[in-house]
Ligand binder design. Structure first.
Ligand code: HBI
Length: 94
């Protein structure tokens, strides 16, 4: 997987590829609401397994039943294909 930053066309294409996600500065960002803490934490556990397998890790927060995920590539200091791929993989389990 390449570590080059997504170019402006690729950033634009994210709107179609990942309509539930928003680009905010150097992050790709999405929020979920669950019915309770256990549901939210179960989802985070699934993301953690995925992240470890992909060797790419989210910045995230959890407040009771809500989960916020913000993806960026620290090594590249911005969005790369690794963020796009992880967001797509998270969509498949959410
Ligand atoms: N996760 N989000 C994110 N950004 C990185 O640059 C990154 C990562 N997980 C592992 C990782 N880099 C490795 O390539 C090493 O730098 C540890």
């Amino acid at each position: 997987m390449t570590l080059s930053l997504l170019n402006s066309q690729e950033l634009e294409d994210l709107k179609d590829e990942l309509p539930n996600w928003k680009v905010k500065g150097i992050h790709l960002y999405r929020e979920w609401q669950f019915t309770n803490f256990v549901e939210a934490f179960g989802f985070m556990t699934k993301i953690a397994m995925l992240a470890e397998k992909m060797d790419h890790h989210p910045e995230w927060s959890n407040v009771y039943s809500s989960v916020t995920v913000a993806l960026t590539t620290h090594e590249a200091q911005g969005l790369t294909d690794r963020d796009r791929q992880l967001a797509k993989a998270i969509n498949l389990i959410s």
